[in-house]
Every structure is written in C-alpha cells, then in structure tokens.
Design a binder for this molecule. Structure first.
Ligand code: G3I
Length: 388
C-alpha cells in the first residue's frame, strides 16, 4: 500500500482508531488527497478523524447551528438504545410521519393527536426542540380525502386543518414545513407546479393561503417551504431551483409570512453531478431574500454503491462531508436534520432497497446504533463550519 511513498517528502504514518466509527482508518502523509467534489471517488486515505467524543448537537451548537433528526413514536417507544442515542445526539426532533394528514385525520371531522402529542412531550422532556412536518402535501392524504374534498370545500378543509394543528402545538413547535414539495417541472403544468389535489381544487394560491393561516394562529413558529431534488447539477434540479426561487420571490414580494426554505437533501451516493459553486449561488440567492435555510431530511442513498461495507461507508461519509462543507459555508443555513439517525430505521429499506438485497446504510449510526464514518463526516463538517 505504501510502495509509492516518495522518500523526499515528509510523510508519516499514523493510525487513527476512529473506534467511534467502528472502523480503523489508516491515514498516510500530511498531504492528504484533496477530495474533488465527486462523490463517487472512494479515497481509502481520506481523513475522517474528529477530535473528541462530543455529540453532534454539541458540535452544531458550538457554531450556532441546530442538529437533529426525524424519528417515529413506534421506534422511540420500542427501542431504548435508539432513545438513548437520539437524546445524546439530537437537539431537535421532527416526527417522520405522525404530523401528516393520514396520521392526524382518521375521518373528515376527527383529529387524532395521540402519537404527535407523545413525540412533542418526548422532545420536551428531553430538552429538545420540536419541528412540524407537514401541514400541506400531496402525499399521505387519508383514504376519505379523495371522496370528500372538492373545489367547493377544499379551502374549508385546508384552513380548518392548519388552524387546528398549529393551534395545538403553538408555543411547543419551533418551525412548520407549511407546504411540502409544491414544485415539479416534470408534471409539465404551467408555472412548474406539482400536480396535487390542493392545486386542482384551489389553484396556486393555496400556498399563500397556507402560510397566512399558519401565521395567523402561531405568530412565533418559523414557517418553512420544504422541497426535494434541489441539490444536483442536473437539468431537472436546476429547473426546480429556478422555480423555487421564483416562488419564494413572489411570496416575499406579497409580504407572505414565510421565513425559511427547507432543502430536503436526500443525497445519492455515487452521484458526481454536484456543483458546489452553483449550489452556493442558489443558497446565496435564497438568503438574499431574507430567508433562513434548513437542511431538513439529509441522508445518502447507497443503493448504487458497491456492496463492500468499508467502501460504501467511505463514499457515503464523503458525500455527507462534501455536501455539508458546501452548505454550511452559507451562514443563512441554521439547522441540519437527518432523516433518521440509524440504518435500523430508514425509509430507504422500504422505498429504495438495494438490488443485491443487502441492508441499506444511508445514515450516521449503523443498525446496532454504533457511530459510522458518516457520523465522523457530519461531526467534522460542524467542527469546521463558520460560526453563525
Ligand atoms: O403506519 C402504517 C402501518 O399501520 C401499516 O401497517 C403500514 C403498512 O405498510 O404502513 C404504515 O404507514 C407507513 C408510514 O410510512 C409509517 O411507517 C406508510 O405505508 C408509508 O407510506 C410511510 O412512508 C413514509 C413516506 O414519507 C410516505 O410518503 C416514510 O416513512 C417517510 O420517511 C417518508 O418521508 C418523506 C417526507 O415526508 C417528505 N420528503 C421525502 C421523504 C421520503 O420519502
């Protein structure tokens, strides 16, 4: 492995037992390879070491950032090990599913807050912030929705839902993803809107209405527009960034009470088309509107990566660090949430499994809740981020 070490250059070999990551990384030489922004390159010598054992929430807070993750009541109730690690690492909790329509609305005239209340109390008793996802989305609408909601009553249902839910958590919730994923150029609708029952029944003004209602009930919550597929230098995502920016400019120009853009950040391990300069420009354009920016659902899909665990974990970790080092350069970015904490509970298992059937490894703790290189990568990105 060291046959090509040049003798005329000072090199030293040291072994960093990144035991926390459950891996031993051998780092050679002071002139570590400077990673290009390719996320597919697997650099065996990449240095993921971090100083100390401090949890991510502490490292984030040291820079004026908040780190946390999504989880579900089922997981936190049944898995003591998850609870322990979640409380240690996270400064904020977002319910993965319990604040969506299909979880809250068993019938047109009923709300069921049992699970979301439990999560709000879990956050509170563990000194965590709490964020809401999501008040208006085209997915996870309850079975009755299609039969009951129509152009005549859609506004009533939208206003009643947002009013009831935001009132219940006013004072407990830091932020709401008020509208989620409203833009989809591939749907080929004028304005690049995503096809959704809300757009169908109410037209694009459903978006502004949602923010006005939420702000009217909870004037303290940070109201967020949350979107996916904004990260890569590919035509579809470039188009989405342009359309999202236009939407945000329009909302701001009309005085709509919107405070932040949520960039979901479901990254693709092995995807090389990430242009840091272009993405920085987009972040800056959003910040110039006076908006904060949140990384709301960060994870790294590994379905297209090699089966070998060490290689897969290195590429996933590099993806986390490369992305976060770009994003955290923008001081308007104030929060980073991963969509889950451990490979044991990730949406990828159900929605984007690997073709070889091997368990997916998109997150920062493995399925035994041990820290992986991805944990090191996120810790390193926080440690190196500029202070807010
Ligand atoms: O709770 C029921 C359970 O009672 C039933 O037995 C089971 C049968 O499959 O389904 C369970 O509900 C599932 C729910 O997750 C809770 O596990 C739904 O079927 C399933 O569709 C739902 O998936 C969620 C998905 O959003 C829905 O679109 C994922 O967990 C969740 O991680 C994912 O999160 C989304 C964000 O909200 C928006 N951004 C993208 C992100 C990933 O898709």
């Amino acid at each position: 492995m060291f046959k090509n070490l040049s003798v005329n250059r000072r090199r030293f070999l040291y072994i960093s037992l990144s035991g926390l990551a459950g891996a031993t990384a051998i780092i050679v030489g002071k002139d570590k390879l400077i990673m290009s922004h390719s996320q597919a390159v697997d650099n065996r010598n990449r240095d993921f070491r971090v100083a100390g054992l401090a949890p991510l929430k502490k490292r984030a807070a040291a820079k004026g950032l908040i780190y946390g993750a999504a989880s579900m009541q089922d997981f936190l109730l049944s898995d003591k090990n998850l609870e322990t690690n979640f409380v240690r690492e996270c400064g904020i909790l977002v319910p993965e599913n319990e604040l969506k329509w299909d979880a809250l609305r068993p019938s047109p005239d009923k709300f069921d807050f049992a699970k979301s209340d439990w999560l709000a109390q879990f956050a509170q008793r563990n000194g965590m912030l709490f964020r809401g996802h999501t008040l208006v989305w085209h997915q996870q609408l309850p079975q009755w929705f299609k039969e009951v909601v129509n152009p005549q009553n859609a506004e009533k249902f939208l206003v009643e839902h947002i009013t009831t839910v935001t009132k219940r958590y006013a004072g407990q919730i830091r932020a709401w993803d008020v509208v989620n994923e409203a833009i989809e150029p591939n749907d080929e609708l004028p304005g690049g809107w995503r096809r959704s029952p809300w757009l169908e029944h109410l037209g694009p003004n459903y978006i502004e209405l949602a923010y006005q209602v939420a702000a009217g009930v909870d004037s303290k919550a940070m109201l967020v527009y949350n979107e996916n597929d904004l990260e890569y230098d590919i035509p579809h995502q470039e188009a989405k960034r342009t359309l999202v920016l236009k939407l945000l400019e329009r909302l701001k120009s009309k005085g709509t009470p919107i405070h932040a853009l949520g960039i979901q950040s479901h990254l693709r391990g092995g995807e090389t088309r990430f242009n840091a300069n272009k993405f920085r420009k987009f972040l800056n354009d959003v910040a110039s509107l006076g908006l904060k920016i949140l990384v709301t659902e960060l994870d790294v899909g590994d379905r297209n990566l090699p089966a070998d665990l060490a290689r897969r974990d290195r590429i996933v970790a590099a993806c986390y660090e490369d992305y976060l080092s770009t994003v955290l350069d923008e001081r308007a970015v104030i929060e980073v949430l991963t969509w889950g904490l451990t490979d044991k509970y990730t949406w990828y298992s159900q929605f984007l499994p690997r073709s070889d059937g091997k368990p997916v490894r998109p997150l920062l703790l493995d399925s035994n809740l041990k820290r992986k290189l991805a944990w090191n990568a996120i810790a390193k990105a926080f440690d190196r981020a500029p202070k807010r």
